[in-house]
Design a protein around this ligand. Structure first.
Ligand code: NAD
Ligand code: UFG
Length: 340
């Protein structure tokens, strides 16, 4: 079975390639390196001792995609390629809609041309918008008007579009995976998150403070209705998340149509919980200061992961201490990310 991984050089994609190769799948990877580096492809090969075809290709490039499908017998696509910076999406929405939505349309059209109708899509907890209750379950209503930014709206639009594709042609099998907050790194220290510029997300910010690249972490608000006043999220180890994709491919092979699954641990941790765990596990003090709330943030967000357990047979295995330990190992061994 051959799987095309779009965006496979990126953070979650690279970890998923490793898990797929370790499980014996054949993979073909494509990426335009907009937000990643060729070095990650080299590391995947080093880590697994396996080779695979790689294409430097944009999902908007129809001819480029056709070449990938022509040269390989692709059974299933895991579709990570997309832009993901929430703040940037507010400033340049059209780029987000074009890359994420149009890119997915072109990809699905080319897939159909080559008779490949199996896709696993990287969605996000952001589709739930402002939650009315916790934990979030797949049956909770999703409403485009409740989503606070264009990035999130591209995810819900693509989910709905893929459901329509299935309605029009029941030969499609589509897994919509709603990730909560992926953090951590491969335990080898060879793969991890390598953000451009100053990180927007909490964990990469903490690890850059730890290594001395940034002086202090700003904690956005300590007056939320949570156990310590700081925001609560469902952090999930990226390797657990990657394994969820292997399970989704197995589910796709059962030809079950279209469905959405939360991929989270089901446990919420606050900003201070994460800072304290990072400090304790790695024996490093993290400088922080409390500042005002960040616009658009919600107080609490965590998943009900029961459906993924029941239907996909997947549960997260790693805890917050593993996530902090592995992030720090990656950061220490690669202070400049993939730039050697
Ligand atoms: P990432 O930026 O590390 O990986 C995405 C990859 O896609 C990058 O390597 C980038 O170069 C590539 N890419 C982007 N546009 C492309 C295009 N037009 N053609 C070809 N390649 C393209 O991000 P990630 O954290 O690994 O996220 C992967 C997917 O998961 C994204 O779709 C993202 O929206 C989604 N997601 C991420 C998170 C998160 O917190 N990291 C949460 C929920 C959902
Ligand atoms: N935070 C800080 N300081 C920082 C960065 C973050 O205090 O420098 C806080 C936030 O206020 C929030 C928590 O840390 O309470 C987590 O923030 P992140 O930016 O790491 O993650 P979010 O939950 O805001 O958003 C992430 C992705 C979205 C995705 C969402 C759900 O960035 O794309 O998870 O999957 F939609």
């Amino acid at each position: 079975m051959s799987i095309l991984v779009t965006g496979g050089a990126g953070y979650i994609g690279s970890h998923t390639c490793v898990e797929l190769l370790n499980e014996g799948y054949q993979i073909v990877v494509l990426d335009n390196f907009y937000n990643s580096k060729p070095q990650s492809i080299k590391r995947i090969k080093e880590l697994t001792g396996k080779d695979f075809p790689f294409y430097e290709c944009d999902i908007l490039d129809r001819e480029g995609l056709r070449k990938v499908f022509k040269e390989n017998n692709i059974d299933c696509v895991i579709h990570f390629a997309g832009l993901k910076a929430v703040g940037e999406s507010v400033k340049i929405p059209l780029k987000y809609y074009y890359n994420n939505v149009t890119g997915t349309i072109v990809l699905c059209e080319v897939m159909a041309e080559y008779g490949c109708k199996n896709i696993v899509f990287s969605s996000s907890a952001t589709v739930y918008g402002m939650p009315k209750k916790m934990p979030m379950t797949e049956t909770d209503p999703v409403d485009i008007a409740g989503i606070t930014n264009p990035y999130g709206r591209t995810k819900l639009m693509i989910e709905e579009m893929l459901r329509d594709v299935y309605r029009s042609d029941n030969e499609w099998n589509i897994a919509l995976l709603r990730y909560f907050n992926p953090i951590g790194a491969h335990e080898s220290g060879k793969l991890g998150e390598d953000p451009n510029g100053i990180p927007n997300n909490l964990m990469p910010y903490i690890s850059q403070v730890a290594i001395g690249k940034l002086p202090v972490l700003s904690i956005y608000g300590d007056d939320y209705p949570t156990h310590d006043g700081t925001g609560v999220r469902d952090y999930i180890h990226v390797v657990d998340l990657a394994k969820g994709h292997v399970k989704a491919v197995e589910w796709i092979n059962l030809k079950k149509g279209v469905d959405a699954f939360n991929l989270g641990t089901g446990t919420g941790y606050s900003v201070l919980d994460l800072v304290n765990s990072f400090s304790k596990v790695n024996d490093i003090k993290i400088n922080y200061k409390i500042v005002g709330r960040r616009a658009g943030d919600i107080a609490v967000c965590y998943s009900d992961p029961a459906k993924a357990k029941e239907v996909l047979g997947w549960t997260a295995q790693l805890g917050i201490d593993d996530m902090c330990r592995d992030t720090w190992r990656w950061q220490k061994l690669n202070p400049n990310g993939f730039d050697e």
